[in-house]
Design a protein around this ligand. Sequence first.
Ligand SMILES: Cc1ncc(COP(=O)(O)O)c(C=O)c1O
Length: 381
Amino acid sequence: MAIQLFVPTFDVDACLAQVRECLEKGWTGMGYKTVEFEEAWKKYTGLPHAYYVNSNTAGLNLAVEVLKMQNGWADDDEIITTPLTFVSTNHAIVLGKMKAVFADVDDSLCLDPAEVEKKITERSRAVMYVGFGGNTGRYEDIVELCKKHGLKLILDAAHMAGTRLNGEIPGKEADAVVYSFQAVKNLPTGDSGIICFRDAECDTIVRKLAWLGINKDTYARTISDGGTYKWKYDVEYVGYKDNGNAIMAGIALAQLPHLDKDNAYRRTLAQWYTEGFSPYADRIRLVETPASCESARHLFQIIVEDRDGLMMYLNANEIYPGVHYVDNIEYRMYRYAEGTCPKARYASDHIISLPMHLRLSYGDVRRVIQTILEYLYKVKQ
Ligand SMILES: Cc1ncc(COP(=O)(O)O)c(C=O)c1O
């Protein structure tokens, strides 16, 4: 039987009940379940604000734009970021007409605080931090660095739904935290995400900007005749159509009660992998996770010399791993930073993400481990 990288598991009955409710009520768009999920997410994370959007990508774009607007940043001001991420992270900076300045990663594959500090200039305005694979890396040092240098902090928490740091959901220290509930993430929907601003004013703005810039409150607040002028609204910004909808939010509501136990099983899988590989540190390097981090384990990655050869061998044995991610500096549009982040480039050429999902058994994990060892110690010699 083939072993896939990601297979999401849904509580099908609970999801269908949520969707049925939407259909019966006749409300599938923005509002209703989206508001219910925002409340549930705030309660789960302890973050003060949450706005449900149609993807993490949309949320990152909005985070940069709102923070830029609120803090008076200029075009071409700089955001320090990681090259080892999905392009959404860095595109958000460019779409916000700012400059993506790349800093290198450390052994957690997250930004290295010392490398970030080296990249700070007069024009630095923020750090974009990715909790890679659910790992916090040295997030606390990044928080301190941002405080010291007066930089804003955006946390791309696409992989971090459910990650704890010192027993708590991290992010209260960041100016914006953006989660992904895309189809194969730890809390899967179809496509959606949520943006959690620290500042109430930013939360108010994002609700308008994500919906064409429309401000419904202007009239709603002044009208006392029972809503005759409901159709009348003001438009304050050139905005987007980035809002989430009730169908997706219903699925998110059905999945949220499973998140912590799902993540616990992911950590069990990671533990089995770790134990299986530990005698083979000469050929298999693991990504470092600090002891204070209880990772959501969206990914389990290893670093090997001949990644591409291993990948082909695994495929030939019906095991289908992935690569997260190619160093963004290899892409044409970010090539201006060529040569600046050697550790990220090394990782990009040598990392492999092993199958990580809830349908994997101990036997499956053993099969993956055995096949990898077979390649590295027998086929390759
Ligand atoms: C690190 C990272 N950031 C952002 C995203 C974008 O998330 P979404 O698909 O919800 O837009 C992803 C998705 O894979 C990701 O891995």
